[in-house]
Design a protein around this ligand. Structure first.
Ligand SMILES: Nc1ncnc2c1ncn2[C@@H]1O[C@H](COP(=O)(O)OP(=O)(O)O)[C@@H](O)[C@H]1O
Ligand SMILES: O=C(O)[C@H]1O[C@H](OP(=O)(O)O)[C@H](O)[C@@H](O)[C@@H]1O
Ligand SMILES: [Mg+2]
Length: 379
């Protein structure tokens, strides 16, 4: 942009600049996440420690356009098939839904939030498309990654990033999925909005008083090397959660006390990580999964998911689900030789095994400005 002779940008210059920025294509990524400790107590006023997983991500692209268009993904939203068996096979492997409904839902939630909070939105339209390499429905939070990346695009398109606090964004992402009847919690969305490693406290006091949990970013170097095991095994997290949720709502004492125990695992894990007490970390991870198994039962968890945990335990590693099932996070206390043993064991049974890549925090300066001052200091 060239300044005029007085060094002051003319009105016409400014208009051209704003036209250009309004017509630019906006693209955002959101990564998969690993629930390391405490999940699924996040759904029940508990606590969690989770991190953003660099191995996989979803990306959403927003392009200004005449009409508002949500673009179906060529493979994830397939509606044209070679034959009836092809259609049936596709539904059996991947379920009925793709990402289109997620994009629509976040548009609706975003719009309603802005309206309720007197945040003005310009009247430009856009075309929203997405892609993802997050293994589908594996408890790596593929659904909220799509929603999170879309929300980031909307924040920038409407230039309202500074008006919607970081702490509130996970709620918007969760509300978009609730809108679709997906039973889910906040830990995924917090890890995806903040990036890095985050300790989260969802106690009733904070949830009801503040409208969100207390989220404390932690140094990712506190983590030991971790591994991921997953299988091609679609499982709808909404379905897995529904029975336990019903029992919790009905006041089932066993579920309520077990959930409190799971929440305490994250609290104990916070100290263990700060002290780099990895023996403790291993026992907390194992205990976390054992409690999940007692609450949900083998049938709901699924034999293949349980086998992923067991294959790690057979070589002496600690393991638990990253989310509601489909993928497992593993810690090998004996180091690389143990990891190699596990890699071989996974190969034999057809599970994918990979080292975990933790993504550092990716809040930008505008995001950090929206945080409460207490949190600003910890980043
Ligand atoms: N890879 C994907 N591509 C497109 N849509 C997806 C994908 N993964 C999940 N979804 C959408 O998210 C919904 C909920 O998925 P969920 O069971 O929560 O999986 P995840 O554990 O990966 O978050 C699915 O019914 C589908 O609409
Ligand atoms: O059961 C869990 O640990 C998590 O399940 C959901 O995540 P998903 O990736 O869809 O399996 C849920 O959204 C989380 O809040 C739970 O902690
Ligand atoms: Mg999900």
């Amino acid at each position: 942009m060239s300044p005029n002779l007085n060094g002051i940008r003319s009105q016409q210059d400014r208009k051209m600049e704003s036209d250009r920025s309004e017509n630019r294509i906006i693209e955002h990524k959101a990564y998969a996440r690993v629930g390391l400790l405490g999940n699924p107590s996040d759904v029940y006023y508990g606590r969690a420690i989770s991190f953003s997983l660099g191995n996989f991500w979803a990306s959403v692209c927003l392009e200004p356009s005449e009409d508002l268009t949500i673009v179906p993904h060529p493979t994830h939203d397939l509606v044209q098939f070679n034959s009836l068996p092809h259609l049936v096979n596709r539904l059996q492997n991947d379920g009925y839904y793709g990402g289109v409904r997620l994009l629509m839902a976040i548009c609706k939630i975003f719009y309603s939030y802005c309206k309720e909070n007197d945040i003005n939105l310009h009247d430009g339209n856009f075309k929203l498309s997405y892609d993802t390499n997050i293994p589908r429905q594996t408890g790596l939070s593929g659904s909220s990654a799509i929603v999170c990346a879309a929300l980031s695009c909307l924040l920038d398109f409407y230039k309202v990033r500074h008006l919607i606090k970081v702490e509130v964004r996970p709620n918007l992402i969760l509300n978009a999925e609730k809108e679709l009847g997906i039973v889910a919690g906040l830990q995924d969305r917090v890890a995806q909005v903040y990036g890095g490693l985050v300790y989260m406290d969802f106690s009733k006091k904070h949830m009801e008083g503040l409208g969100h949990g207390l989220y404390t970013p932690m140094n990712i170097n506190l983590l030991p090397p971790l591994y991921l095991i997953y299988a091609e095994n679609p499982s709808d997290s909404g379905k897995i959660h529904s029975t336990v949720r019903r029992r919790w709502l009905d006041g089932d004492k066993f579920i309520i006390s077990s959930m409190e125990e799971v929440a305490n695992i994250a609290l104990e894990g916070l100290t263990a990580l700060l002290e780099k007490d990895y023996t403790k970390l291993a026992s907390l991870m194992n205990h976390n999964f054992d409690l999940r198994r007692q609450m949900f039962g083998n049938d709901a968890l699924g034999a293949l998911n349980i086998e992923m945990v067991e294959v790690a335990r057979r070589v002496g590693a600690a393991s638990k689900f990253t989310g509601s099932g489909g993928a497992v996070v593993v810690f090998c206390p004996d180091g690389p030789s143990q990891a190699k043993l596990l890699e071989d064991a996974c190969e034999k049974v057809g599970f994918v095994f990979q080292p975990v890549k933790v993504m550092p925090s990716f809040l930008n300066e505008v995001d950090i400005e929206t945080l409460s001052s207490k949190l600003k200091q910890t980043i």
